[in-house]
Design a protein around this ligand. Structure first.
Ligand code: 4AZ
Length: 754
């Protein structure tokens, strides 16, 4: 039977449907299972894919990292190699005198065959010297920039030497080393003992050689290609004023004035006015050299701030260089002055004083009232008419004291075979010599020009030994003088200077030290007259102490960073008890941070600040200097001292105190201090209380730790608030700069503080 044609057998619907359903059900389940299986498979695959994808990703990421690492390493390596191979041109500028060649006027013309031939000869000699030296592989060339006449005869040759050195090796070419090569190449004769020797046939004066590192910009400007503001000015008419005027252009200016006087004469430059920005000579300056090229060792004078009063300077030879530098101009920057040709002066004379006692005449430094040049020698011989009369010298703004082992930086004085050093101070001092025949010699010893000196002289009666009474003053050498109140009156009356020794410092008019403090307590007005508040761009930032009419001592770390190091940003508030009520406020002219200050461990944490305006005498009730402890002073553990400041009263506070606070602290044993902090150097000491409580805090830095060390009531600046762990924490005392270590350093900048 053909199944297809058979009529469908009637089947109960249920059955049929059931059968069909069941069939259908089977197939749906199957499908579902299949689908689930497929999904599972798919999921598995997906997972696998994902895994694979993750794996691929990781590989890609890994490769990428490897690539980046490679690039970084390569760049660093490249930088390192390039850096190592990077070369710097180093410029040295100098001069020497050739004794055996006559000057020709043609040498003034740089294009003349005479100049070119002379320059070539010298350059050839210099090439020989340096190509056969240990620096031969760095030596590039020498250029003669000036051939001039001079007062010592022969020719004065100014030259530049250029070396090309890999950056890493830049330091090997020190100024002294480059100069030594030149000096060592000169053959001098031991027999005739002159300073002139032979340098490859040139008769070079050994004593005339000066050499220093120079600037690339100066090299290009003075060898003919840099700036067009270069003037060669010759003058021979005595005392005629030749004007020098220049005004900075908007892009900034650098001008060179080479001044040459006729042989046998000197150049005197007078600065009439100078308008520049006062920024410590960083961008603007007026520099005067005792040479025709900018040789550092030949700087006579440098002005870093505007000036309106007349300053004049004298050269030691017939030449001078004036460089005016001014950066981009916002306000007007200019220099006005003039130069003259002057004759050389003989300094000193024989003086016979009159019968009557009293001041009768003046002696001065050479070329007075000009600044006097670094090379000078004066000899005055005084004779009084009677054996009973001695010589009195009244130094204006200057003093002399017996020479120490270090030598003198501001002039040597020899008075009847005894040596003294001179110092500039802000008052006059009197020196008596108990002899009727007195020889006084001055020898200049500074490298730069010095302020003019004026000394009045006269005779005084030595024979009249005054008996010591209640109306006399007894000097340390037991000689009594007629002045009852001679002590610290600003005039040296005792021959040994003992009436003016360690004067006018460390005296507080008010003494109110019965303290009820826990931590600190308010001070009285005038109680700490040396305390200064230093404001940085208008806000109290650090403390400082007055040590003279124009100098303050503070902490170096207060001036760390270019903004804080800029003196223009600071104001010193003196004679102040409550913030905002200072009796005297001054701008800061100069900040001298100790050259060894270490910002990592606060070693050598000391700085000096010079005020733009000295505080006036009329303020002396509320402003007084504190005494500096001598080098020999040892702060002993257990000594009680006081700290003062407007800093925070608590570590957690966020602002300082309005009223000056004081707290008594105790100096802590150095070993204990070391055990606490570990990194305590010889320039530091600890002070506080073991309970904490009394301590300096943020804002007190730079301020004084004042101690009475002698039992004579005088206060000494034993410490400077420097650092510490937090403020007032038990067992973590404050750390202070040990000021006695810095007496010579301070004295170098502030000679009036003895
Ligand atoms: C500061 O920041 C400071 N406890 C000064 C002193 C001390 C801590 C901090 C000593 O100026």
């Amino acid at each position: 039977m053909d199944e297809k044609n058979d009529p469908p057998t009637a089947k109960p619907e249920d059955e049929v449907s059931a059968a069909s359903i069941s069939v259908q059900m089977v197939s749906a389940e199957d499908k579902l299972a299949k689908r689930i299986l497929a999904r599972k498979k798919h999921d598995k695959l997906k997972k696998k894919d994902k895994l694979l994808w993750n794996f691929q990703n990781k590989i890609i990421l890994f490769t990428l990292i490897l690539f980046i690492l490679g690039v970084v390493t390569w760049t660093l390596l490249w930088l390192f190699i390039v850096q190592a191979e990077n070369k710097d041109a180093l410029y040295f500028v100098g001069l020497f005198r050739v004794a055996n060649i006559e000057f020709l006027p043609e040498y003034r013309q740089k294009e003349s065959k005479e100049f070119l031939s002379m320059a070539q000869t010298v350059q050839h000699v210099m090439n020989l010297v340096y190509t056969t030296s240990s620096f031969s592989k760095f030596y590039k060339q020498s250029t003669v920039s000036e051939v001039s006449n001079n007062n010592n005869g022969g020719l004065l040759i100014h030259f530049w030497i250029v070396f090309v050195v890999p950056q890493a090796k830049g330091q090997v070419l020190c100024e002294d080393c480059v100069a030594a090569i030149l000096k060592d190449s000169i053959q001098t004769s031991i027999i005739n003992r002159t300073s002139v020797g032979s340098l490859q046939g040139l008769a070079v004066d050994m004593d005339s050689i000066v050499l220093s590192a120079g600037l690339r910009s100066d090299y290009w400007s003075t060898t003919g290609t840099g700036t067009n503001c270069v003037y060669d000015l010759y003058a021979d008419r005595l005392h005629e004023h030749f004007p020098l005027d220049t005004r900075a252009t908007s892009e900034g200016t650098i001008c060179y004035f080479k001044l040459i006087a006729s042989v046998g004469h000197l150049v005197r430059l007078s600065i009439v006015s100078l308008q520049i920005e006062a920024d410590n000579c960083i961008t603007d300056s007026l520099t005067i050299y005792d040479s025709l090229m900018p040789i550092k060792d030949k700087i006579l004078y440098r002005a870093c701030e505007p000036a309106d009063s007349l300053v004049s300077l004298v050269s030691t030879n017939n030449l001078m260089l004036v460089i005016f530098k001014a950066a981009q101009v916002k306000e007007q920057k200019e220099f006005h002055g003039y130069f003259e040709v002057i004759t050389q002066e003989k300094c000193g004379k024989a003086i016979v004083t009159k019968e009557e006692t009293g001041y009768e005449g003046k002696i001065t430094s050479p070329y007075y009232p000009s600044y006097y040049p670094p090379k000078c020698f004066c000899a005055w011989n005084f004779q009084t008419p009677q054996k009973s009369l001695g010589i009195a010298l009244k130094f204006h703004n200057y003093t002399i004291s017996e020479k120490n082992i270090k030598g003198c930086e501001r002039g040597w004085w020899k008075i009847n075979e005894r040596m003294y050093c001179g110092y500039y101070v802000d008052h006059q001092t009197v020196f008596h010599i108990t002899s009727s025949a007195v020889s006084v010699e001055l020898q200049c010893s500074s490298k730069v020009s010095e302020k003019p000196l004026l000394v009045e002289y006269g005779s005084y009666n030595i024979s009249q030994r005054i008996p010591c009474t209640s109306h006399t003053f007894k000097c340390r050498n037991n000689i009594c003088i007629r002045k009852q109140y001679a002590r610290c009156d600003g005039t040296v009356d005792c021959v040994d200077g003992s009436d003016e020794n360690s004067c006018s410092c460390g005296s507080s008019k008010i003494s109110n030290l019965i303290s009820r403090i826990v931590g600190g307590s308010n001070t009285e007005e005038g109680e700490w007259p040396w305390q200064v508040s230093l404001h940085f761009v208008g806000a109290a930032y650090c403390g400082a102490s007055v040590i003279s009419k124009e100098w303050l001592v503070s902490a170096a770390h207060c001036f760390q960073g270019s903004k804080l190091a800029d003196p223009r940003a600071w104001r010193a508030h003196l004679g102040m008890q409550t913030q905002g009520r200072a009796r005297f406020v001054s701008a800061v002219r100069r900040i001298v941070v100790h050259e060894y200050y270490n910002s990592r461990n606060y070693d050598y944490d000391i700085a000096l600040l010079q005020l733009s305006t000295p505080w006036p005498d009329t303020m002396s009730r509320l402003i007084q200097p504190i005494c500096l402890p001598p080098s020999s002073h040892k702060a002993r553990s257990g000594d009680k001292c006081w700290i003062t400041g407007w800093g925070q009263k608590q570590e957690a506070d966020d602002e300082g105190s309005a009223v000056l606070q004081k707290a008594e602290v105790e100096i802590i044993d150095q070993t204990l201090c070391h055990t606490t902090y570990g990194i305590i150097t010889a320039r530091m000491f600890c002070a506080g209380l073991s309970s904490g409580k009394r301590d300096g805090c943020k804002g007190d830095s730079g301020g004084p730790l004042s101690c009475q060390i002698n039992g004579d009531g005088k206060w000494f600046l034993t410490g400077i608030v420097s650092w510490g762990y937090g403020c007032g924490r038990p067992n973590f005392p404050g750390v202070y700069t040990r000021v006695s270590n810095f007496a010579p350093w301070i004295h170098k900048y502030v000679p009036s503080v003895l």
